[in-house]
Design a binder for this molecule. Structure first.
Ligand SMILES: NC(=O)c1ccc[n+]([C@@H]2O[C@H](COP(=O)([O-])OP(=O)(O)OC[C@H]3O[C@@H](n4cnc5c(N)ncnc54)[C@H](O)[C@@H]3O)[C@@H](O)[C@H]2O)c1
Length: 346
């Protein structure tokens, strides 16, 4: 393998272009190729001074690639990932891992059988503030976690839906956005055992949901709620608070609240609320902003993927983690259709 691990970005759309730039900025990896049949991708690759090929078969023929970042539309993840695995190429698959559990299981099984590492693109977990929050929880700074709440409210503009697949089943905010929140909540609080959800799509009238309200029961017995809506003008979402993507104006608000018997944590400001004296609602409560380093999680993810490709590390977010998040999402979709509480089936 050459000094820098050679990465191809498959699908040079909205996020694929951010991956391409992140790979170019990351240490230990280099952008070697763009894979995308669209004419615009040819121009983009020329701007970046890298090769462009139309599909994964052509990428495999081209050779000289060590790992792939797969950022095609959701419905193409399974076939794309299986093609990479069959070619012996480690692959970082954008979320959702695939559009349904059955194909996600096939992807994870194929990777395990072939001992090809795969990772899932839940890039938030590469944000140093998440590691700091997890350490605070694990150190017991909150005591026993009693409840969690996540807010994912924002406004997707009308022209976002000009791209056909974004209006179609499987591309709504539950699949595209909430899945990141679910991954983080499971990282902080352990596996979700069951969900009860309701959805609505009465504003734009597309196939995809606009709002979902979900009750989560974790295996530990902890209860949580999450509320996602992509048709509200509001500042409370990871996208508009975490400062990860400069394209979103940052608001300074929080969007997750993790409540424990000895303190609570609000994120992404990482404010730890405690009673300095006695734990009681009658007592003064103080909020301390915990320090953390800020680095671009997409660049950190690209660097970690390089180490995964070189077999130096296990992925921070594995294929199985992607499967676990998808399993919760699938249970949410099923619960919203049936009106029943659904167990999460891995
Ligand atoms: N991690 C994140 O925060 C994040 C953010 C946005 C999107 N995503 C995920 O990334 C994926 C892509 O989303 P997007 O918004 O960038 O989509 P997009 O529509 O902007 O881009 C998709 C690209 O894939 C290309 N493509 C289509 N078929 C292809 C094929 N067979 N081979 C190679 N390229 C092909 C298209 O030409 C297009 O350039 C989705 O799975 C989405 O859920 C993740």
């Amino acid at each position: 393998m050459p000094d820098a691990t050679r990465i191809a970005v498959v699908g040079a759309g909205l996020i694929g272009r951010r991956h391409a730039v992140a790979v170019q900025a990351a240490k230990g990896v280099e952008l070697a190729c763009i894979v995308d049949p669209a004419p615009a991708a040819q121009h983009y690759a020329a701007e970046l001074d890298v090769d462009c090929v139309p599909d994964i078969a052509a990428l495999v023929d081209r050779r000289g690639i060590d790992g792939v970042i797969l950022s095609t539309p959701n419905a193409m993840h399974a076939d794309g990932a299986l093609a990479c695995i069959a070619a012996g190429l480690p692959v970082l698959i954008e979320k959702p891992l695939t559009t349904e559990l059955e194909s996600a299981r096939r992807v994870v099984s194929a990777a395990e059988a072939a001992t090809i590492p795969i990772a899932t693109g839940h890039h938030r977990r590469h944000n140093p503030l998440i590691a700091r929050a997890k350490a605070l929880i694990d150190e017991g700074a909150l005591g026993q976690i009693a409840s969690v709440h996540g807010m994912t409210w924002f406004m997707k503009p009308d022209d976002y839906f000009d791209t056909d697949w974004r209006r179609r089943k499987g591309a709504g905010p539950v699949f595209l956005n909430l899945i990141h929140d679910i991954d983080l909540l499971q990282y902080f609080c352990g596996p979700v055992a069951s969900v009860h959800a309701d959805e609505s799509k009465n504003i734009r009238g597309y196939e995809v949901e606009e709002t979902a309200v979900i009750l989560l029961r974790f295996e530990s017995g902890l209860l949580g709620t999450v509320n996602v809506c992509d048709s509200t003008v509001a500042p409370w979402s990871w996208e508009l608070t975490a400062r990860e993507n400069p394209a979103y104006p940052a608001t300074g608000e929080d969007c997750y609240w993790i409540g424990g018997t000895h303190g609570s944590l609000s994120l992404p400001n990482l404010t730890l609320w405690t009673n300095p004296e006695k734990r009681s609602w009658w007592e003064p409560i103080s909020g301390t902003k915990m320090p953390f380093d800020f680095s671009d999680p997409l660049i950190l993810q690209a660097e970690q993927f390089g180490r995964v490709v070189r077999r130096e590390e296990e992925p921070i977010v594995s294929g199985r983690d992607g499967l676990a998040a998808l399993a919760v999402i699938e249970a949410i979709k099923l619960s919203a259709i049936t009106g029943e509480t659904k167990q999460v089936a891995l």
